[in-house]
Design a binder for this molecule. Structure first.
Ligand code: GLU
Length: 304
């Protein structure tokens, strides 16, 4: 919980995140990756596209290798984490860069990734159906999800928080009541937490958090709840109108979702994450660092 507390500090520097998100919108592609594992180039990415990769016993890797394509699920309306700039078409964010790093570690040029935005409620099914090779998008590792899919990671820790209007009296989860409506995404752990542990609080659901944020700005709901790391990105976009309040009231451990039983791929990603602490740090600094948060990379879980 110590890390999630530290993360709460991001809110204070939400404005800084906006600046960062803006200047990061042109995240360089793998074209700047060092070819010899040497110094990163000026336009460079922290990762290197590896060569001669082989992963025994991974059906996902076999599919990627034989088709020459890679399909990755992400979010695209979560600034700082997974965002698609509607004007430039650039995808940016911590999660998107983790996805690019993992592709590079498989020997695939991240420029060639076919990204698909998949809403919280549809992630397991997309993986089960084989629509994507893996998913990186604020995806909490849970036992329930593990019944259908496998996870590598965690690669990031955060906790559930509340986003409210700048002049709201709601200061923490304890201020929620039967007269405050809280909005969140269908199929997410935060909406489930509210329903189970705060059953008197009216809820509203959408497929995406950005729709909740619109409702909050229009006075249709009193708060938006999801992971603080996500909420901070929204607050940064509109600091005059929005604020993140209270202490985190859950622990969310972000994993890379992949086909159930593809332990070879999960192990491989875990090794990349574990050995790539410097890369992780640069990805964090590039996407979330201006917020001032002192988050550290978590240890990965054992597979199985
Ligand atoms: N991390 C939470 C979850 O996986 C909330 C964020 C999201 O919906 O992506 O459900």
């Amino acid at each position: 919980m110590r890390r999630t507390r530290t993360l709460a500090g991001i809110g204070i520097a939400a404005v800084a995140l906006l600046a960062l998100t803006a200047c990061n919108s042109g995240t360089p592609s793998s074209s700047g990756a060092p070819e010899d594992g040497g110094e990163e180039e000026t336009s460079g990415t922290p990762w290197t596209v590896l060569e001669d990769v082989s992963i025994d016993g991974s059906p996902t890797f076999d599919r990627i290798s034989s088709s020459g394509t890679i399909k990755v699920g992400v979010k695209e309306d979560q600034p700082g984490l997974g965002y698609l700039d509607p004007v430039t078409g650039d995808r940016t964010g911590f999660d998107v860069d983790i996805a690019r790093w993992m592709a590079a570690s498989l020997g695939v040029d991240p420029e060639t990734i076919e990204f698909t935005a998949i809403a919280s409620a549809n992630r397991e099914q997309a993986i089960v159906n084989g629509d994507i090779d893996y998913y990186v998008g604020t995806y909490s590792i849970t036992d329930k999800r593990k019944e259908q899919i496998s996870f590598a990671g965690p690669y990031f820790l955060t906790g559930q928080g509340l986003l409210v209007g700048a002049d709201s009296d709601i200061a923490s989860v304890d201020d929620l009541s039967d007269s405050t409506t809280v909005c969140s995404a269908t199929g997410s752990t935060p909406i489930q937490n509210i329903k189970e542990n705060y059953p008197d609080v009216p809820t509203k659901e959408y497929d995406t958090y950005s729709k909740c944020v619109e409702d909050l700005k229009n006075g249709q709901v009193d708060a938006v709840t999801t992971d603080e790391a996500i909420l901070i990105g929204y607050a940064a976009q509109d600091p005059e109108k929005l604020k993140v309040v209270g202490e985190p009231f859950s622990e969310e451990r972000y994993g890379i979702g992949l086909a159930k039983g593809d332990d070879a791929l999960a192990e491989y990603f875990n090794t990349q994450l574990t050995d790539g602490g410097d890369i992780w740090q640069q990805i964090f600094d590039n996407n979330l660092g201006a917020s001032g948060v002192k988050a550290t990379q978590p240890e990965v879980d054992p597979i199985g």
